[in-house]
Design a protein around this ligand. Structure first.
Ligand code: GLU
Length: 493
């Protein structure tokens, strides 16, 4: 019997997402339950959006949770490299093979032509898709144009009618009509593969037997299935896991819920509780108990116990579960965990330079620096009254700054200042007009240490969380305002 091999294949393009940990957990449990292996592969073919920092954060966040992998970029293994950007030499051969077999074709269409085709299709109320223009070029003509150095991509052919049956271990046979599928680009003009080609080639070469991925990928499953068929490869067993949702049932998003694993670490959640909660997302123990460890989950794991109703990721429920875990810790371990969380020398050293000059006795430290050890801070609307600005202007400024900070990747004082300044100037204001709004949002106090230093020390997760709470207190934008404000945000690019 072949060994079960599963994988998680995150793209390192942002904060380490709880959804990544959730899918990783189920892949890990599935592999372990069958005595198999769990692999971590980095899908970084989007060179513009991928970064090594983000990759490292994914490793750190998964390890913090207690998720370990048997093979991966940092631990090695017999099927490496495990980073797609280091496998560039592999994909072209497979793309060429598909072209040679007539399953794919080079496409020379310009962006302008594609835009025009799309606009015409939209005007006719058709689903926009590639019109097959280059599919009919002769092999000689295509070769000549490639030899002449003409820019091109490689697209796969897809059937234009009938349905594709996607066999899902949870849903059974899911039927998806072929006319919804586009002639997917497999190789980009820069010679790098897209997700579709790289994912199929790598899953095959890495011997992956079961793919558990998020439900958001189900609509594109037919393209992957077709590629396996074109290559003549055995397709892995598929499981499309239900998506995590906000309490209002919308797809979990950082605008409504913190989604970065580092946020939960910074808030002082226990990794065991966090993993336990992720294990409760759509899954339950045979005896329905709420509190269980990873080892217990593996012992009792059964993929058929995943229920398809969208699991709700609810901060209150998670906090409750965390409380259960906290209270059951031996008191020495509790003290050690608190110390490691924020009473550690590294964190105190960050704070010390900003408080030393402001206190006369150590006992004044807690009132001054308490906000470094808090999640949210107590807020009152009166703290945001501004002598020059109307209430709606205050809301707008805070929201714009929050949106900009949500996209900020390099979190330091200079970058934070530049953003606040940019938003202020865009609104015809000075930095010093806007700082009195940031101050209470972050510190919850009328005076404390410099707020820009505080934001750098608190880090992106807690700073954004506090700004979001201030926006919510003062009134989140209505639908109409959101539209208008997002236009302003676009001007700030
Ligand atoms: N790179 C994809 C992602 O970021 C992988 C999806 C899959 O599991 O195939 O989610």
């Amino acid at each position: 019997m072949t060994t079960v091999r599963t994988r998680i294949a995150p793209s390192p393009t942002g904060d380490p997402h709880v959804g990544t940990a959730y899918i990783a957990l189920f892949n890990l449990c599935f592999a372990r339950q069958h005595g198999g292996q769990f692999i971590l592969r980095i899908e970084d073919t989007d060179q513009l959006r991928s970064s090594r920092e983000s990759e490292q954060q994914i490793f750190d966040a998964l390890r913090w949770l207690g998720i370990e992998w048997d093979e991966g970029p940092d631990v090695g293994g017999p099927h490496g490299p495990y980073r797609q950007s280091e496998r560039g030499h592999i994909y072209k051969k497979y793309s060429d093979e598909l072209v040679a077999k007539g399953h794919a074709f080079p496409c020379f269409c310009s962006a302008e032509r594609l835009d025009q085709v799309r606009a015409e299709q939209q005007a006719r109320k058709e689903t926009p898709r590639y019109d097959g223009h280059c599919m009919h070029l002769s092999a000689e003509e295509a070769e000549q144009r490639i030899a002449a150095g003409e820019s091109h991509v490689v697209r796969m052919k897809v059937p234009s009618e009938g349905v594709c049956v996607v066999p899902d271990l949870l849903r059974g046979a899911v039927e998806i009509p072929w006319d919804r599928m586009d002639m997917q680009v497999l190789m980009k003009a820069d010679g790098l593969p897209t997700y579709f080609l790289a994912n199929v080639v790598d899953d095959h070469l890495m011997g992956i037997t079961h793919v558990l991925r998020g439900e958001e990928w189900l609509p594109s499953a037919p393209k992957l299935i077709k590629l396996y068929e074109y290559f003549g490869w055995e397709q892995p067993q598929l499981v499309y896991m239900p998506l995590l949702r906000n309490p209002d049932k919308s797809k979990l998003s950082k605008r409504k819920n913190p989604t970065s694993i580092t946020f939960y670490e910074r808030m002082g959640f226990l990794p065991e509780a966090m993993l336990n909660y992720l294990g409760r997302m759509g899954w339950s123990m045979p005896d329905e108990r709420e509190k269980f460890s990873l080892a217990e989950m593996i012992e009792h794991f059964d993929i058929q116990r995943v229920s398809l109703g969208g699991p709700i990721f609810d901060l209150e429920k998670l906090s409750w579960l965390n409380g259960q875990w906290l209270r059951e810790l031996p008191v020495e371990r509790f003290a050690a965990e608190v110390q490691q969380w924020a009473l550690n020398p590294q964190y105190l050293m960050k704070i010390a330079p900003h408080v030393q000059g402001r206190i006369e006795t150590f006992s004044q430290l807690a009132p001054l620096a308490g906000m470094f050890f808090m999640g949210g801070v107590p807020l009152q609307a009166s703290l945001f009254e501004h002598k020059k600005l109307q209430a709606d202007q205050v809301r707008l400024l805070l929201q714009l700054i929050l949106w900009k900070l949500e996209a900020l990747r390099q979190w330091n004082k200079d970058k934070i200042t530049a953003i606040i300044q940019q938003v202020a100037e865009h609104q015809g204001l000075k930095l010093r007009d806007v700082m009195p709004l940031i101050f209470p949002a972050i510190t919850g106090q009328a005076s404390s240490v410099s707020v820009l230093d505080a934001m750098e020390i608190l880090g992106p997760d807690l700073s954004r969380f506090r700004l979001r709470q201030a926006v919510e207190l003062l009134g989140s934008p209505s639908k109409k305002e959101s539209k208008e404000w997002e236009k302003l945000l676009a001007e700030l690019k």
